[in-house]
Design a protein. Structure first.
Length: 174
């Protein structure tokens, strides 16, 4: 099996990491060697350099190293959860990965995203406010850029249903 990558993108609170984990579980269940990576952890450093507030360059450098390690370990499917805003972002990820990349953008209606963020940040007013603002902002950016190959709606579907649809549209299952 030729190595390939799938990147789940979407606004904050959409469920990228949760769905990525479910996709990884489904691949494991059919004996496909895989790894799941939340790209946010590959960029988690402070302070971010001027002009790169989300540490995108660091995330790409770390992703290159992690990808090489996973390939050496026999992984053939790399499932990523992260935010892409532009076609240039997608091209940079594809270049670093060095394998075919499918980008699936997860979407949900605004009230669903808001409810998820309110629950996730119930104890932190500042984080809640930032994420609620960023959700709308990022949704608009991604809608305009068309960064994805496919869109999957998560509004009223279970994680397992969404993961199955992601696998189907990506061509990783029939």
């Amino acid at each position: 099996m030729t190595p390939a990558a799938l990147l789940l993108t979407g606004t904050v609170g959409i469920g990228k990491t949760t769905v990525a984990e479910a996709v990884g579980d489904m691949l494991r269940d059919v004996a496909v060697p895989n790894a799941v990576v939340d790209v946010d952890w590959l960029r988690a450093a402070w302070p971010a350099p001027p002009g790169d507030p989300f540490n995108g360059a660091l995330a790409l450098r770390n992703l290159a190293a992690v990808t090489a390690n996973y390939l050496d370990a026999g992984v053939v499917r790399l499932v990523l959860a992260g935010v892409l805003e532009t076609a240039e972002d997608r091209a940079a990820y594809a270049a670093v990965l060095g394998m075919p990349l499918v980008v699936v953008r997860l979407v949900a209606d605004a009230s669903t995203v808001q409810r998820r963020l309110l629950r996730r940040h119930a104890e932190d007013d500042a984080a809640r406010s930032w994420h609620l603002h960023r959700a709308g902002e990022l949704h608009a950016i991604q809608e305009a850029s068309g960064v994805e190959h496919f869109v999957v709606d998560t509004t009223s579907r279970s994680v397992v249903e969404v993961a199955g649809e992601v696998l189907r549209v990506s061509g990783w299952t029939s």
